[in-house]
Design a binder for this molecule. Structure first.
Ligand code: PLP
Length: 403
């Protein structure tokens, strides 16, 4: 690859691609957004890095802005993390310190990072198979995956069994020392699973009842991806701790944060701080990113264009029988590929993603290329015209595949 601009990436031969994966789902403002580039340029000349013992303008500004844009109860910001994985680990440590308990509950298809702890926390056996020593203390429970419900229910009549049954897991299958439940409000790697109405609120109520901290991993869903600054806002549910990363860097700056309720314990430098955490340069990019995303009309556009893409993809699904489901929120959309009987067809999803490049599309599939869901998560600056081009190219890809 050679260069990028907005939603487009160009290779060294001049071929143009729409990046439906926004880099690594982190380019919320697309390639080389001019305001992020300017913030980086200005900051490079002033101060690239200083030990996080000191305060700086960009870091202080970012802390204030994060408190402003996250749910009202979240007022404590920890920036000394090097990315999403270490943000999630820090969130767990905060919950452990606050509750005096140890263990973590996560979902089957979750992805929370690739450090040893977050590899353990993430669902999916394939991630763990090669490693002899994972961390103790994680309990995995079924996801709110209505299309293939673990409990063989349907959302209209299930009574949210996937939350209800957590009491059984906690009472009979956990260590009895559960500090927190960690969830991605919409699953990123796991297949763009959008929970049914009321799921996160019910989870909140269960955590309250049992004195367990609720952590939202918004590394993918945050910073406008679902059409609101955070999915917590969309669902009207306040977590005790929220982690953010990826899109916070706008056009690729390395920045992440933990934002927590005052009741959660802070983290001292000797408990959770990383050399490149709270980096001045990255903080400047993050502030510029939040400026753009919080601007009037920006998130409305994400919601409008996202709804438009969903509609067009549902039309595509009607014409292509191997698309068994299209689901999403904002510009976090998944196309689920199945066989003639509707069973997951991962090989076909991989083949389609690979052929995407012939049609000017960069596509990634769920579960690190093992899953059957094609992820449509372009930069949030996508215009209606670019959305049409994206959907036209997908149509051409599915039509060629059917031929
Ligand atoms: N959480 C979620 C939901 C993610 O999608 C990812 C990365 O893909 C992470 C955490 C880990 O973030 P990082 O790769 O920055 O450590």
């Amino acid at each position: 690859m050679d260069h990028g601009e907005g939603v487009y990436l160009y290779d060294a031969d001049g071929h143009q691609y729409i990046d439906c994966a926004s880099g690594t789902f982190n380019l919320s403002l697309g390639y080389s957004h001019p305001e992020v580039v300017k913030a980086l340029r200005d900051q490079v000349e002033r101060l690239v890095h200083v030990t996080s013992t000191f305060q700086t303008g960009p870091v202080n500004e970012l802390v204030a802005r994060l408190v402003e844009v996250t749910p009202e109860n979240l007022t404590k910001v920890h920036l000394k993390v090097s990315g999403g994985s270490t943000a999630n680990e820090g969130a767990v440590k905060m919950a452990q310190l606050a509750t005096g308990r140890r263990d973590v509950v996560t979902l089957f298809r979750s992805h929370h990072g690739q450090t040893m702890m977050t590899t353990t926390m993430s669902g999916e056996s394939f991630r763990k198979a090669p490693f002899p020593h994972l961390m103790p203390g994680v309990l995995h429970v079924p996801d709110p995956y209505c299309l293939r419900c673990f409990y063989r229910q349907t959302p209209d009549s299930c009574g949210l069994l996937c939350v209800e049954r957590l009491h059984d897991f906690l009472d009979h299958a956990s260590s009895g020392s559960v500090a927190c439940v960690v969830v991605e409000p919409v699953s990123g790697s796991g297949g763009n699973i959008v929970p049914p109405d009321g799921y996160l609120a019910a989870l909140r109520a269960l955590c309250d009842e049992r004195g367990i901290a609720l952590i939202f991993d918004e590394i993918q869903t945050g910073i406008g991806r679902v059409g609101r600054m955070f999915a917590a806002e969309h669902y009207g549910v306040r977590p005790d701790i929220l982690t953010t990363g990826k899109g916070l860097g706008g056009s690729g700056a390395q920045v992440a944060a933990i934002v927590a309720d005052e009741r959660m314990s802070g983290l001292d430098a000797d408990h959770h701080s990383f050399t490149y955490g709270g980096n001045t340069l990255a903080a400047a990019a993050a502030v510029a990113t939040l400026d753009v995303i919080a601007r009037p009309g920006f998130l409305e556009n994400v919601r409008d264009v996202g709804a438009y893409v969903l509609t067009r993809l549902r039309e595509l699904a009607a014409a292509h029988p191997h698309i068994v489901d299209v689901r999403g929120l904002g510009l976090m959309i998944g196309i689920e590929i199945g066989d003639a009987d509707g069973r997951p067809h991962s090989e076909r999803a991989q083949a389609l993603a690979k052929r995407g490049m012939e049609h000017g599309l960069i596509l990634r599939t769920s579960r690190y290329g093992r899953g059957n869901v094609i992820k449509i998560r372009p930069p949030l600056v996508l215009t209606r015209a670019e959305a049409d081009l994206l959907c036209d190219r997908l149509d051409a890809l599915f039509t060629a595949d059917a031929a």
